[in-house]
Design a protein around this ligand. Structure first.
Ligand SMILES: [Zn+2]
Length: 467
């Protein structure tokens, strides 16, 4: 299938130009004024054409609990999350579909799903997720959220001798499952890739990390993990290793140019040097960090040190949505408070570059996707500049990032296939999805979590909070 987008606005170094762009097969084959129309002609007038963004860290199945979990810090929030996680692959399928739809309709063309799978139905969970992403046509990286330690281990002991139960799988069982997932579902040529994605140092043994490194090398898959999201995790790293978690990940060989790390809130200058030297990517999840009170990641320091930074929505239960444009706005503005040198602030054009080029760099695809360049794969998005939220006419890209854009994605292509047209996903029935989500849920208030009640006292004591 071929497309010729006519007379679209494209950002240049200092302004904009009006140009045509041709897509043939999965590639951008020409960018120039007045191209001969080939294939379907798309009217690009009064539309802004940008490379697609990567939603570089999310957990699709959290969608079922968005708007639900009280204002807790991560360590309590996650207890409630897991207590009520969905148990049917059909639910996993629907939440992946909604995650993909919201990502596409806010400028994303790729999703990195740190997938919370159903215990005992692990392969079915991955199958349901992959099916959803293939149906809607988004590019997807799926990394099952694996761990080999029980949830409460994620809270520091604080000198207390706690008796914690064993995790329900051995390390080898978890690694065997991961190997199976890669062998069954990793299809890079189809735009569906698996990743090894241990939850983080808080819930994973050294053997699990090393096993993931080995799988990643053997099958050439990317690595992904949470890293020092909260102050509690920084304390835990000291308890566990006696030194920095970043140094630890470097020592065991987990870092590298195909490794992306979500959050990175509690890192020091030496840690930042390590991330830069290993060419690792930081995924900034500003809304989740605000919602959970995790802290503000030192993103401007990362950028000054030459660390690649991209953006993620994080799971919908800690955000509580999946709007990438909102994430770019908050994730840029947030640092204007922490860093007074306004020359270092993240300008809208920089935010767009981080979300596109930076996003694809974090998953090892920067030479293939992520910019409007002839020869690259066509993962591109057209924004309708006649929508009310993008009027009156000012600087379109600035307004897209700094304003409050609403339903502004007109069309989107992934690997040269049109997956959004006239503001709607082309390959799924959005109305059918809407109806199923409505029918399979109910209004809920004041849900009580038994798990939170079990760990809250210990958490408050370790974190020096009043009883
Ligand atoms: Zn996360």
């Amino acid at each position: 299938m071929s497309f010729t987008i006519k007379k679209a606005l494209i950002p240049t170094e200092n302004g904009y130009t009006t140009t045509d762009l041709r897509i043939e097969g999965d590639r951008i084959t020409a960018i120039a004024a007045d191209l001969d129309p080939v294939g379907e002609v798309i009217d690009g007038q009064n539309k802004l054409l940008l490379p697609g963004f990567v939603n570089a860290h999310t957990h699709s199945s959290e969608m079922w609990q968005r708007g639900m979990i009280p204002l807790y810090p991560l360590e309590l929030w996650i207890e409630e999350l897991h207590e009520f996680s969905p148990l049917e692959p059909e639910q996993i399928y629907l939440s992946a579909l909604l995650t993909a739809a919201e990502t596409l309709l806010s400028g994303g063309t790729c999703v990195v799903d740190h997938l919370v799978w159903i215990p005992g139905k692990e392969l079915e969970s991955v199958a349901a997720t992959v099916r959803a992403y293939q149906e809607i046509g988004i590019r997807a990286f799926v990394g099952p959220l694996i761990q080999d330690e029980t949830q409460s281990k994620g809270i520091p002991d604080g000198g207390e001798d706690r008796e914690l139960e064993e995790y329900h799988y051995s390390t080898q069982q978890v690694l065997d499952l991961m190997q199976r997932v890669i062998e069954d579902f990793h299809q890079p040529e189809a735009g569906i890739e698996m990743m090894v994605a241990p939850t983080g140092i808080q819930l994973c043994s050294e053997d699990l990390f090393k096993g993931c490194v080995e799988l990643s090398d053997r099958y050439h898959v990317c690595r992904h993990a949470h890293l020092l999201e909260t102050k509690a995790q920084q304390l835990l790293a000291q308890e566990k290793y006696g030194f920095s978690a970043v140094e630890y990940l470097k020592q065991i060989g987990f870092l590298g140019d195909r490794t992306s790390l979500a959050h990175c809130v509690w890192l020091d200058d030496r840690d930042i040097e390590i991330l830069a030297a290993t060419h690792s990517t930081v995924v900034h999840n500003p809304l989740s960090n605000l919602r959970l009170g995790s802290g503000i990641a030192p993103i401007l320091k990362y950028r000054q040190a030459g660390v690649n930074v991209s953006f993620g929505c994080d799971g919908a239960a800690s955000n509580d949505g999946q709007d990438l444009l909102e994430v770019l706005k908050v994730g840029s503005f947030l640092h204007n408070i922490t860093d007074s040198d306004y020359r270092q602030w993240i300008a809208p054009r920089e935010a767009v570059k981080m979300a596109s080029e930076g996003g694809y760099q974090g998953i090892g695809l920067e030479s293939e996707v992520g910019s409007l360049t002839e020869g690259k794969q066509a993962d591109v998005v057209l924004y309708d500049l006649t929508k009310l939220s993008l009027l009156p006419r000012t600087d379109p890209l600035n307004l897209l990032i700094m304003g409050c854009p609403n339903n502004v994605v007109d069309s989107a292509w992934v690997k040269g296939e049109i997956v959004v047209a006239n503001g709607t996903p082309t390959r799924i029935d959005l109305e059918d999805l809407r109806r199923k989500l409505f029918e399979q849920s109910e209004w809920t208030t004041n849900r009580k979590s038994a798990h939170v009640a079990q760990v809250e006292q210990h958490y408050r004591s370790v974190m020096n909070l009043p009883k």
